[in-house]
Design a protein around this ligand. Structure first.
Ligand SMILES: [Zn+2]
Length: 344
């Protein structure tokens, strides 16, 4: 993919501490805020206490706001899902932890009345042929249009004892609650929520397309079936639970889609989290962008790298704030509503 070839901020390519530090500069030199500047620009946030002393490091435990303050989105429930997924241990593709995650996700989706599709496929990886599964929950729509929400639910296999609380349980727990919110509703467009396998690299993100196996499978499958033409917008969530969350706009994504989500976040009072700076991240939205579908990534990668937790055994539940998960869920839920109005 061109972005990877250009050495942009691929999600997985940095391995050593030195590389991580240089990667932050390379990926975000033009506009990513330093932890110091982001802290000073954030003085109106309700959690403006010790929690911001170092990026992503929790100092005070937070709770999710009551659901009636976040549009019905139940952050406490979402956080319980995050904890449950982490309790299954490491969740790399084709592992026992992943199998238990699949069972849990599908059980929740079915209990919420979602129509659930399973796509079992084989991915050709540097470690050989690996069986993978995408899970797609579908909320009904009155017309042909599709709003597609994405999260990955696998974890990195190459780091021992890696349970991925932030990467990828935070967005997956959030998406399970999103399905509870949306599966019983019928909007102008269907809302599909895809839980993707195989986002993480097996060996090296930058070699031989060793990444985003699930999203590439989904985009290809939807292109063949003709469903991809019906997709109005794709919103990916990935790494959305940090205490000092800062989501940057994505310069590769359409301006209108960035604007729609950032205006929604601003209207809800979360401009301290959805900040004005831009970055570019290679992630599961790329296969859709590459096929001309408007797609956006909601992610805070740089701060997690700076804090030293990204792709380490320290990516644990204490790094995930129920409040951050709730707020991102609320913003996405309201953004889906804006998309429904835009494409009614
Ligand atoms: Zn990752």
């Amino acid at each position: 993919m061109p972005k990877l070839a250009n050495g942009m901020c691929s999600k997985i390519r940095l391995a050593s501490a030195v590389a991580v530090l240089s990667g932050v500069v390379a990926c975000g030199a033009s506009n990513a805020p330093s932890s110091a500047s982001s802290a000073s620009s954030n003085s109106t946030a309700p959690d403006a206490s010790a929690a911001r002393q170092s990026a992503a490091a929790p100092k005070l435990p937070e709770v999710a706001p009551p659901a009636d303050q976040t549009g019905g989105f139940d952050g406490a429930k979402a956080y319980e899902h995050v904890a449950k997924l982490v309790s299954f241990g490491p969740r790399p593709p084709a592992s026992e932890g992943l199998r238990r995650s699949q069972e849990y996700i599908m059980g929740q989706l079915k209990a919420d009345g979602c129509e659930v599709d399973q796509d079992d496929f084989h991915a050709s990886t540097p470690k050989g042929d690996v069986v993978m599964k995408n899970i797609i929950a579908k909320a009904p729509g009155g017309g042909q249009g599709i709003i597609l929400l994405l999260t990955h639910y696998d974890t990195l296999s190459s780091v021992a004892n890696f349970v991925g609380a932030e990467d990828s349980a935070s967005s997956t727990g959030m998406m399970i609650e999103m399905a509870r919110q949306l599966c019983g509703k019928k909007g102008p467009n269907s809302v599909w929520m895809a839980f993707l396998d195989g986002e993480e690299a097996f060996v090296n993100w930058d070699q031989d397309d060793d990444h985003t196996y699930g999203s590439r499978e989904l985009a290809a499958r939807m292109a063949v079936s003709g469903e991809l033409k019906r997709v109005k917008a794709v919103i990916l969530a990935d790494m959305i639970g940090q205490y000092t969350l800062k989501i940057l706009r994505q310069s590769d994504s359409p301006k209108w889609l960035n604007d729609l989500v950032w205006k929604t976040a601003g209207r809800l009072g979360y401009q301290d989290i959805f900040v004005a700076d831009s970055t570019q991240t290679s992630d599961d939205h790329d296969p859709f962008l590459a096929r001309g579908v408007p797609a956006l990534d909601i992610i805070d990668l740089n701060d997690y790298i700076s804090a030293g937790y990204w792709h380490t055994p320290q990516d644990t539940m204490d790094k995930v704030s129920p409040r951050s998960v709730a707020i991102v869920g609320y913003v996405i839920l309201e953004s889906v509503d804006e998309l429904q109005k835009k494409f009614r």
